[in-house]
Design a protein around this ligand. Sequence first.
Ligand SMILES: [Zn+2]
Ligand SMILES: [Zn+2]
Length: 337
Amino acid sequence: MKPSVALPLVLFALLALLALPVRAEFKRPDAAGRAQALGDISAEPEPLRRLLEPDGDFYPITLPRSNDWLGVHYEPGQTFAAYRAAKPNRPDATRRVIYLLPIGEFDEDTSPPLDEIRAYAAAYFQLPVKILPAYDPHDLEFEPRKNPRSGQRQILTTSVEAFLKTRLPDDAYCLLGVTMTDLYPSPKWNYVFGEATLVDRVGIYSFARYDPAFRGDERGADYHDLILRRACKVMTHELGHMFGLEHCIYYDCLMNGANDLEEMDGTPRSVCPVCLRKLHECIGFDAVKRYEQLLALCERHHWYNDVDWINAQLAKVRPPAKPAARASREDAPATKT
Ligand SMILES: [Zn+2]
Ligand SMILES: [Zn+2]
């Protein structure tokens, strides 16, 4: 009897093993793959073409660790040609305002200043960004729960999105709710930073987790700046999705997926040539003016890495400075009279 029972068991175990999902290892696109993703930029107008040149200012995407986004999720990548073929939503003359609707309280001590986020998003996408008067939900609105692990209060993303759909202004390209309350997308999930629906043009994002104190970590002296930097990055990443950009697998880029705050902190605030070309295709901005405005903001916030990087971009499109004119007669060569 024994063998006849054991054999099906062994076979079952083998079949179960074969049925396990095989996690495909991320294959980093090589130079040819990156070039193919960017497409032929030779016909792009100057100075945009020079800003799209995939030079040494852009790093091929860092290989993921096993717990990083690309270590866990398979993403095929979205080339510029695929982006264009997907016919993403576009802002037009009647619908071009990005609205932010604060939901609940924004305590100065733990919240990013909304006006700074507004200014950053306006420069990033070269579109008007407006903040609506804050909405104060009652205690039981948006299906609140206590997180089963941490006990912290959370609200349900889909419930907020249903509300936002009823508040979409006529001239809105999109409406994003922003809140300091933590979010959950369904009862099975622990938490989520944010969620958006492209079709309905609404989304909800929480800044609750950007403060180190949320997890009980110690706040550094610069934690206000850390909260603002994280909020600006996530807001622009999520808005990128609203313009139809999928996650980037080509370069280190704002549009890289991230599994957690640490991974997100490691991604740049800038977009790579592939994603810049998509954004430009969608919005049609002046790429030089965009960098100039972002430079002014980064200088004001003392974000010097960004300042240096943006200055390097602008140097590509500015004529070299002429030698300084002679300042005084003393410098002039002696002449015979
Ligand atoms: Zn994303
Ligand atoms: Zn990119």
